[in-house]
Design a protein around this ligand. Structure first.
Ligand code: ADP
Length: 244
């Protein structure tokens, strides 16, 4: 087991957004988290990556036990060295080129030399077919290209797990496929991933397991074919038939 989340709870004022989430992820698994908007999916990822602090709950990650309500600075830095996040709105540095967006994390996060970091960043850009854009700034790139750079930036650090927060939902429909293609390539290479997504074909065909979120809880979880072909919970059935 690479990651084990236990009883994560989070509320904003009196809005109980996470009501006790348990989720385990084995190395190499791709977990898709699906469910209605506002059900807490993004908040869960932000709690795992310490962008929000949970009210209670724990995370066992690479055999290190972390209290998510009281993580130490050292634990946060350590965990962030081993996990990466891809955001809905790419979150690239606007004043840095594609190359620098990827290489800076290697210099500051992993103490690589500038030359080595730039070389690794070039390789990562080449893998997604964007080496020719290395000196471009985010504003000169399409949303799809920006997100593919976001994915290259996350994965160049060789993280144990990548958290994807609706990575295609800000994209024009014709650009969605390129980003999903990169994600599938990563999955095929054995990258462990948790993917919050509205792309049901990705969840069905690429994810090994699917968790259905509703109102701050995982209502149902299982192999992707089980969830899509034989959803047990009425709420899951409703959700899937509404988007079919
Ligand atoms: P989902 O990803 O499933 O669409 P979110 O996790 O984004 O859901 O949001 C779940 C709920 O938490 C929503 O009601 C949202 O308004 C609320 N929420 C999320 N972040 C914050 C925040 N920083 N402050 C207050 N409320 C928040």
């Amino acid at each position: 087991m690479l990651l084990e989340l236990k009883n994560i709870k989070k509320q904003f004022k009196n809005n109980h957004v996470l009501k006790g989430i348990d989720l385990s992820v084995e190395k190499g698994e791709v977990i898709a988290i699906i469910g209605p908007s506002g059900s807490g999916k993004t908040t869960l990822l932000r709690n795992i990556n310490f962008l929000e602090t949970a009210d209670s709950g724990s995370m066992l990650f690479r055999e290190q036990q972390i209290d998510l309500a009281k993580p130490t600075k050292k634990q946060i830095l350590w965990a962030r060295r081993h996990m990466a996040m891809v955001f809905q709105n790419y979150n690239l540095f606007k004043n840095k080129t594609a190359l620098k967006n990827i290489s800076e994390g290697l210099v500051f996060g992993q103490n690589k030399s500038k030359t080595e970091a730039d070389e690794l960043a070039c390789q990562a850009l080449d893998q997604v077919g964007l080496l020719g854009k290395k000196d471009f700034y985010p504003s000169q790139l399409s949303g799809g290209q920006q997100q593919r750079i976001g994915i290259a930036r996350a994965t160049v650090l060789n993280p144990d797990i990548v958290l994807f927060d609706e990575p295609t939902s800000a994209l024009d429909p014709e650009l969605v496929g390129t980003v999903l293609h990169d994600m599938k390539t990563l999955a095929d290479k054995g990258q462990t991933m948790i993917v919050v997504t509205h792309q049901m074909s990705f969840a069905r065909n690429v994810a090994s397991r699917v968790a259905f979120f509703s109102d701050g809880e995982i209502l149902e979880e299982g192999r992707s074919d089980e969830i899509f072909d034989h959803p047990q919970h009425e709420r899951t059935q409703q959700f899937l038939s509404a988007i079919a």
